[in-house]
Design a protein around this ligand. Structure first.
Ligand code: NAP
Length: 300
């Protein structure tokens, strides 16, 4: 069997060391790291992978598209797929800034505690790279999703783009803050009805106070993805991994559970490693957030 060669295509000038180390841990033999990649520059790099190996050895070359600029990575990912033709393809995955693997892991853990089909979910920080994907994955699971943002326009733009991608998606854009800087009444109403609350705000931003958490009277699971203090949801500890919130919400029966960023991170890493392995299983493999959620179900 030919050695496994991974082309790491990264729009940043220095390709991510994190993604490189995970690739090695996932069993890649040779890692070719390319930084500053643009869609145009990706074409000859992809050709180099497509035309060197034939037959079953073709699936021993694969492509990882990443980097901190999510839109740039998405453009490279589209170009990579357009560069393939006929059966001459390579396995490929997209995970810029860990957004796909993180969103998939968040939805996997939420699904452990709530039947997502028909559930009501609130995605706080729903306009970021991770939040948009969480909203898309939850909508595909038939959740009724409220996408919260400090800007009603940005929340609506995310809902419109998810609605284009997901047939019959049930989405509500919600402004997170009132003019006085407190949580908007509309968001409080959504939180009071929510089964699932996922906070995907920027690192170091508090989106929900402990008092507001107590007002989420129906919630079965809270997921906070922010690892930089203060916590995105007050009281959720980074290492929480299904911790019952008995002290925080004593009246809730059964108690809601909490996941923090490290609690979710374990599954995220498993999804990442498994995804790297799967792009070598078949040269037809093409992994975006949805396929990573499928991978994550095995770790549920
Ligand atoms: N555990 C892991 O493995 C892992 C991996 C990747 C990311 N993460 C974490 O996941 C979270 C989301 O990542 P991301 O890249 O999607 O984040 P992001 O794009 O930086 O921010 C997400 C959203 O947060 C909102 N926001 C920004 N500054 C804010 C402020 N001062 N107050 C309130 N809201 C604010 C913005 O929404 P609006 O402007 O529309 O309000 C923004 O779209 C981050 O905390 C990140 O660190 C964790």
């Amino acid at each position: 069997m030919a050695r496994r060669v991974l082309l790491q295509l990264d729009a940043d000038s220095q390709p991510s060391t994190f993604d490189a180390i995970v690739a090695v841990d996932a069993g890649v033999d040779v890692l070719l790291r390319h930084g500053g990649v643009t869609p145009e520059a990706a074409v000859p790099l992809v050709h180099g992978g497509m035309f060197t190996r034939g037959g079953k050895d073709l699936s021993s070359t694969a492509i990882f598209v990443g980097g901190s600029d999510v839109a740039a990575a998405e453009a490279i990912f589209r170009t990579v797929q357009k560069t393939f033709f006929g059966p001459v393809r390579l396995g490929v995955m997209l995970d810029p800034s860990g957004a796909n693997t993180t969103a998939a892991a968040a939805v996997v853990v939420a699904g452990r505690h709530a039947d997502l089909a028909g559930a009501r979910a609130v995605v706080l920080g729903g306009t970021g790279a991770v939040g948009r994907r969480v909203a898309r994955l939850l909508a595909r699971e038939r959740c009724r999703v409220a996408v919260a943002s400090r800007s009603a326009e940005r929340a609506k733009a995310v809902c419109d783009s998810v609605a284009e991608a997901v047939e019959n998606a049930q989405l509500t854009p919600v402004a997170a803050q009132s003019d006085a800087g407190t949580l908007h009444g509309e968001l409080l109403d959504c939180l009071a009805e929510a089964d699932v609350v996922i906070a995907a705000g920027a690192a170091g931003t508090r989106l929900l106070s402990g008092e507001c958490l107590r007002q989420c009277v129906k919630a079965k699971v809270f997921v906070d993805l922010n690892a930089v203090p203060p916590e995105g949801i007050e009281g959720i500890v980074a290492t929480d991994a299904g911790r019952p919130l008995t002290a925080e919400r004593p009246s809730a029966q059964p108690p809601a559970v909490a996941y923090g960023p490290i609690g979710v991170g374990g599954i995220k890493m498993k999804i990442h490693r498994e995804a790297v392995q799967q792009i070598f299983h078949s040269n037809q493999a093409c992994l975006d957030a949805e396929e990573m959620l499928e991978i994550g179900r095995a770790f549920a």
